[in-house]
Design a protein around this ligand. Structure first.
Ligand SMILES: [Zn+2]
Ligand SMILES: [Zn+2]
Length: 249
């Protein structure tokens, strides 16, 4: 691989397999594409049950059958949970979280109707306050759910939750460049670590974040705050937070 082809991130922490029926690749295909691209880790984060295209809850109960490493790539057993209301309840709690190693929490149109800026902001902030299992809030720059980015960045910093810069939202125009840059500026101001994730629904683009990179450059965003550029940091964080022992090989 040429140096110029090197991926910007080492861990892609928001990826869908065909268990979410509007995504199209198997776990093996995702691992194989990740290995080919030089990605070191990805999180399998299919939609939790409140989404119409979600798998049955057994999908999540059975995730431990997937090896922790495939083709040399670490596979985190995760979920994209749905924020259900402005009080911040999510659809993945209690025993259903057993064995889950990574939790994205997002607002999706079939589950929660958009509210005012204040209501949408409360939905995210209440979710992270109420659900300590959440690692990252997903695609919060999406224009369907306008939020107060400063409040979000501040709360995420306070509760040790990552903010996501979502490649799919930026690339497929569910977020404007302006809102992404506003989000990045707020994270910069409060020194809130972010994750740059693809939210890929097709294995061929796993780990690739061209639009996000342009936005980061436009915002002059500090590299030290981009947490998933370094897989080692992610491994340490996940081991501690979700109590996982990763083997060396
Ligand atoms: Zn989503
Ligand atoms: Zn997603």
């Amino acid at each position: 691989m040429k140096t110029s082809d090197k991926l910007f991130i080492e861990a892609d922490l928001h990826c869908h397999s065909l268990a979410s029926s509007h995504a199209y690749s198997t776990v093996m295909e995702m691992a194989s594409e990740a290995a080919k691209a030089g990605l070191k880790m990805f999180a399998l984060t299919d939609h939790a049950m409140a989404m119409p295209d979600a798998p049955h809850v057994w999908h999540f109960h059975n995730l431990p059958v997937i090896p922790q490493k495939i083709d040399g790539v670490t596979v985190l057993r995760g979920v994209e949970a749905n924020i259900m209301n402005f009080d911040g309840d999510i659809d993945m709690v209690g025993d259903d979280l057993k064995g889950i190693q990574w939790v994205v929490a997002s607002c999706h149109a079939p589950v929660i109707d958009p509210g005012t800026v204040e209501e949408n902001t409360s939905a995210y902030i209440n979710a992270i306050k109420k659900n300590p299992a959440i690692d990252v809030i997903g695609h919060c720059s999406a224009f369907r759910y306008p939020v107060d980015f400063e409040k979000i960045a501040k709360a995420c910093r306070e509760y040790n939750v990552f903010v996501e810069l979502n490649e799919s939202s930026a690339q497929f125009k569910r977020s404007t460049a302006e809102s992404c840059i506003e989000l990045l500026n707020a994270c910069k101001k409060y020194e809130t670590p972010i994750l740059v994730n693809t939210d890929c629904h097709y294995a061929g683009i796993i780990g690739r974040t061209p639009v996000a990179q342009v936005l980061l450059e436009a915002a002059d965003f500090p590299e030290t705050l981009i947490f998933n550029r370094d897989v080692q940091r992610v491994l340490e964080y996940v081991s501690k937070k979700h109590n996982i022992i990763f083997s060396e090989d």
